[in-house]
Design a protein around this ligand. Structure first.
Ligand code: PSV
Ligand code: MN
Length: 432
């Protein structure tokens, strides 16, 4: 039995105030869906099963390249972070697992982290390595790269760190390692483009060979730019796919929604990776310009819906053996991270629910007839459906809050955390 950090009586009382309105709204939605031949209970069951992992780094306050403005009651270590993640799960009931990042979440006793997670009712998702920063006491610098570095000794150090992350993931009961590589060059001529990519693939192959068993996956992230602005080694889905294919079946591509140029058709990339059997997972967030790391669905919810639309379509076509893993990857600079993460998980479930409402037979028919207006309208009609009551009802039935942000604010959790946790003073710039 998970240890609740927010008084269940408070959540219950808060829910009671909203229960009648929710019952009416859910009933009205069910009736309107039923007129479209859709069983709201079937959609609710599917949505309730959608799980999204929370990034441990997401519960801290992020920053821009220029500054970081710490928030009150920021978590000081992985144990505080787990507490915040447990609050997100207790109220939202969509995020039962946490994705750890090493060495940020380093502690000597990983078993204690696992035990604390278990006590809070949390499991562990993909672990993340970090060769994009130098750590105190590190023998060799990553200033000029890590897994693709020109110097074999630096590559070996980066490979060893990734293997160490796998071992930590094993101790936690995780079954995937995500690698994001900041390697690349800022000046033409700085690095040999072809050889750097070959070195990256060779390093990843060494890491892949250290995976414990077939249940483990290696999720490779790509990113179009930053911090290498001239040529990032794994800058797009094409490079990522080439690498995943070269490394083997357990290597898959991870699509971070923010890692594309504005207006890139990400849903099309998703279909291509599915076709290649290489879509491993997502880092969900939103952006206007680059890797803004804003809350999922906050800028362009239609785009998020279109991604989920392809996932639902692929699932119904039996286009994969294993559904891609869903994780949030956001940086919260001006909001309370707990609120942002709860809202983002809700946005993901909303997009999923709307995608489940698409009448795919009708869509295929209009596509075959080249009836463009009605094909587009079929998709838009699903997107326009307000599934808010269905999402709230799913949470209520799972023991969560009808209004998670409202219950969270009422609980005073942040204020209490600020009183017991030392105020973070770090104000330097940084992307995380
Ligand atoms: C890089 O921008 C990234 O998306 C990778 O997933 C990192 O691990 C994460 O953000 C945190 O910096
Ligand atoms: Mn990411």
């Amino acid at each position: 039995m998970a240890e609740p950090l927010i008084d269940p009586a408070l959540v219950e009382a808060h829910n009671r105030q909203a229960a009648e309105a929710l019952a009416q709204d859910y009933e009205a939605l069910s009736r309107s869906l039923s007129r479209r031949g859709i069983d709201s209970e079937a959609i609710l069951a599917r949505v309730s099963a959608l799980e999204i992992a929370v990034p441990s780094w997401g519960v801290g306050t992020g920053g821009t390249r220029f500054a970081r403005f710490p928030g009150p009651g920021e978590p000081a270590d992985i144990f505080d972070k787990l507490d915040d993640c447990a609050v997100i799960q207790q109220l939202g009931r969509a995020t039962p697992r946490v994705s750890l990042h090493f060495p940020w979440d380093e502690v000597a006793d990983m078993a204690a982290v696992k035990a604390r997670g278990e006590a809070l009712g949390l499991g562990f998702d993909a672990v993340n390595s970090n060769t994009f920063q130098d750590q105190p006491g590190q023998a060799l610098s990553y200033k000029f790269g890590s897994l693709s570095h020109a110097d074999a000794a630096v590559r070996a150090q980066a490979v060893a760190h990734n293997i160490d992350c796998i071992r930590k993931g094993q101790a936690l009961g995780a079954s995937a390692l995500t690698i994001w590589l900041a390697d690349g060059s800022n000046f033409a001529g700085q690095s040999h483009l072809a050889r750097a990519f070959e070195r990256y693939i060779a390093s990843v192959a060494e890491i892949e060979a250290a995976l414990p068993d077939d249940s483990w996956l290696l999720l490779l992230e790509y990113k179009n730019f930053e911090p290498a602005f001239y040529a990032t080694v794994v800058q797009d889905w094409g490079s990522c796919l080439l690498a995943a294919q070269a490394v083997g079946p357990r290597a898959r591509c991870l699509v971070d929604l923010g890692h594309h140029a504005p207006s890139t058709n990400i849903e099309m990339i998703v279909t291509r990776l599915i076709a290649a059997g290489k879509l491993g997972g997502f880092h969900l967030n939103d952006s206007r310009f680059g890797d803004d790391d804003l809350d999922a669905g906050s800028v362009d919810p239609f785009r998020l819906f279109l991604v989920f639309n392809e996932l639902v379509d692929a699932e119904q076509r039996h286009a994969w053996d294993e559904a891609p893993a869903l994780m949030l990857d956001q940086s919260h600079n001006v909001t309370d991270p707990i609120e942002s993460l709860m809202l983002s998980a809700d946005a993901a479930r909303r997009a999923h629910a709307q995608a489940l409402l698409v009448d795919r037979e009708q869509l295929s028919h209009y596509q075959a007839q080249n009836d463009v207006a009605m094909a587009a309208e079929t998709l838009r009609g699903a997107f326009r459906t307000d599934v808010t009551p269905l999402l709230a009802e799913a949470r209520r039935r799972a023991g969560g809050a009808i209004d998670p942000v409202g219950a969270y604010r009422l609980s005073g959790y942040r204020k209490a955390a600020a009183a017991r946790r030392p105020q973070s003073t770090g104000s330097g710039g940084g992307i995380v």
